[in-house]
Design a protein around this ligand. Structure first.
Ligand code: CP
Ligand code: NVA
Length: 328
């Protein structure tokens, strides 16, 4: 498998074999790290991280993974660079491509990261856009394989806002890798029909399936994974909360969702999550709408089925795999 020089912008650009290769490479790098085996094979290389939206996991994963690989890192936030305000993406890409071996971008429209990749001349990695979150997908597949022993044939239920970066990306990943994907939400929050058609065509090839439903009981029956994400994403207006809470309340992940799920079922969330009142936004939502837990109850989040911190750790191992595979 040779992925050298490729960008990692969305899962649609990668074959199932290439995706599984990256998951396997991440598992190998994780094992090396746990056993203290050095893997700094990219010594002397430089990468730059552009974050137009905030981050904990993605930024820290890129940084620590780069350090382990022996690379040097520059972090750019929107307030300290010329990007967008004084310099176009095409010009920025051509400047950074002269100095760095790879570029990570987190921000708004998918077209921005696609543009960066078009002009940079070095691999560009998508650290999240409105439409897609591809590095998260690799971490999620590695995590569910660690816990359930397999990827193909898993019944994967996604509850909540299924028409944004996480819902879109998970549907496509599951379609490609042969999982039975169910988006369980209000129809207004189903993914875009074009993406659904694409995921269905991939599922037809892989032996997976794509289902859209609003029936929580039917969705959760026989589930192996129940997954959710925040109901209002970064960059969306605060006013969206009222609409989201009224539409998505029935799709909160709570203990009863697991009553009909498989014995081995796990709970997953890309994080950050609103499961208690220990965040500013969580408190504001509680004061305004009376909901003290939002997309997932604290009981599920903290319960024995929850693998969310394994998932967070795996962001680092999988991002490392992406950088190694595309740079080396
Ligand atoms: N899951 C994820 O992307 O987390 P951050 O927003 O903290 O990077
Ligand atoms: N949908 C969320 C994902 C965060 C990792 C957001 O875009 O804010």
């Amino acid at each position: 498998m040779n992925l050298k020089g490729r960008s990692f912008l969305k899962l649609m650009d990668y074959s199932p074999e290439e995706i599984l290769y990256l998951v396997d490479l991440a598992a190998d790098l994780k094992d090396k790290k746990k056993r203290g085996i050095a893997h700094d094979t990219l010594r002397g290389r430089n990468i730059v991280l552009i974050f137009e939206k905030t981050s904990t996991r993605t930024r820290c994963s890129f940084e620590t993974a780069a350090f382990d690989l022996g690379m040097n890192v520059t972090y750019l936030d929107p307030s300290c660079s010329q990007i967008g305000k004084k310099e176009s993406i095409a010009d920025t890409a051509r400047v950074l491509g002269r100095m760095y071996d790879g570029i990570e971008y987190r921000g708004y429209g998918q077209e921005i990261v696609e543009d960066l990749a078009r002009y940079a001349g070095v691999p560009v990695w998508n650290g999240l856009t409105n439409e897609f979150h591809p590095t998260q997908m690799l971490a999620d597949m590695l995590t569910l394989r660690e816990h359930l022993g397999e990827i193909r044939g898993i019944k994967f239920v996604y509850m909540g806002d299924a028409r944004y970066n996480m819902g879109n990306s998970l549907m496509i990943t599951c379609g490609k890798l042969g999982l039975d994907f169910v988006a369980c939400t209000d129809p207004a929050f189903f993914p875009d029909q074009k993406l659904v058609d694409y995921a269905k065509s991939e599922a037809a090839r892989s032996g997976g399936s794509i289902t859209l439903t609003s029936d929580v009981d039917a969705a959760c029956t026989g589930a192996d994974v129940i997954y959710t994400d925040v109901w209002v994403s970064m960059g969306e207006p605060e006013e969206a909360w009222a609409e989201r809470i009224s539409a998505l309340k029935p799709y909160q992940v709570r203990r009863e969702c697991f009553d009909k799920a498989n014995e081995r079922a796990i709970f997953m969330h890309c994080l950050p999550a609103f499961h208690d009142l220990n965040t500013t936004i969580g408190k504001q939502v509680y004061e305004k709408f009376g909901m003290s837990e939002i997309e997932v109850t604290d009981e599920v989040f903290e319960g024995p089925r929850s693998v969310v911190f394994d998932e967070a750790e795996n962001r680092m191992h999988t991002i490392k795999a992406v950088m190694k595979a595309t740079l080396e």
